[in-house]
Ligand binder design. Structure first.
Ligand code: B12
Length: 223
């Protein structure tokens, strides 16, 4: 664990908790075909990855290709996985691994009305860049978050801030969001400075992503 932290933290990547699978429980297959006994989640907290990712990108002849953040994640987390004999999975690779279910178990997080999981400290400003699978359980107890922040948020500004009305309780209307992003209002609003619903959340405001990172994620979402 110490070696892994040393390999990941200079890149702004943090160990974000683990899941130990019970015997017989559905678990992803390791590269040798055995079912994983555990997965360790790796992710960003606020804009922690942004400086290292930008430096890496500047050094790439093709700026990192069509999906530079995925390519960077694979370069860094893939190498760390090899160094500890783990199998790595990445959130955007099909078949999608259930990163959010794992995160709910690993850190006790719950979904916000936006669908993305909210952390009591980092709010909506965190994400997962990879998961490492092992043939043995991880020692220790999963971290359990305190109360779900949305339960104590009377105004729920995330539900009213979306200019496209795409954020509704239990639903995120992806076509409505994307249609709005193509409009002049969307280009000058969410595309320029990030999703207005996400920004309206009062939890973890100090961890809000840098503007350049917000624009990067919005560009990916609007594709
Ligand atoms: C497909 C996908 C999308 C699609 C469709 C999303 C949608 N809402 O339908 C698109 C491209 C639109 C998208 C957009 C975004 N996404 Co997305 N997306 C994914 C992806 C690749 C698969 C999601 C999926 O279908 N999971 C289903 C199965 C495979 O996963 P599961 O864990 O078993 O599913 C559980 C969750 O889906 C959870 N859940 C999800 N939504 C909700 C909503 C409610 C109300 C509840 C109760 C539960 C719940 O319940 C499921 C069952 O337990 C995941 C990565 C991954 N592998 O999980 C990222 C992921 C979910 N996305 C993520 C993010 C951050 C975003 C964006 C904010 C990014 C951006 N560019 O701005 C936007 C906004 C999304 C939004 N408001 O919903 C993060 C969420 C991190 C977090 N804190 O939770 C993930 C985990 C990727 C990552 N690298 O960390 N996304």
């Amino acid at each position: 664990m110490t070696n892994l932290r040393a390999a990941l933290e200079p890149h702004g990547l943090f160990l974000r908790g683990f899941v130990n699978f019970a015997d017989g429980e559905a678990a992803p297959a390791l590269s040798d075909g055995r079912p994983a006994a555990s997965v360790l989640l790796v992710g960003n907290i606020g804009s922690s990855i942004w400086p290292a990712f930008c430096r890496w990108r500047e050094g790439q002849a093709d700026s990192g290709g069509a999906d530079p953040l995925d390519a960077w994640s694979k370069a860094i987390i893939g190498a760390a996985a090899v160094s500890v004999g783990a199998t790595a999975w990445f959130p955007s690779d099909p078949p999608w691994q259930p990163f959010q279910q794992w995160a709910m178990r690993a850190e006790g997080l719950k979904a916000s009305p936006l669908g993305i999981l909210i952390h009591p400290v980092y709010g909506l400003w965190h994400g997962y860049r990879g998961a490492l699978g092992f043939c043995r359980p991880v020692d220790g107890e999963p971290l359990m978050a305190e109360a779900h922040p949305c339960d104590h948020c009377p105004d729920k500004p995330c539900l009213t801030a979306c200019p496209a009305g795409a954020v509704r309780p239990g639903t995120f209307d992806v076509p409505a969001c994307r249609a709005h992003l193509r409009t002049r209002q969307g280009q000058g609003g969410c595309m320029a400075s990030g999703c207005l619903s996400r920004a309206a959340c009062p939890v973890g405001a100090d961890y809000r992503y840098d503007d350049a990172q917000l624009r990067f994620h919005m560009a990916a979402l609007s594709l």
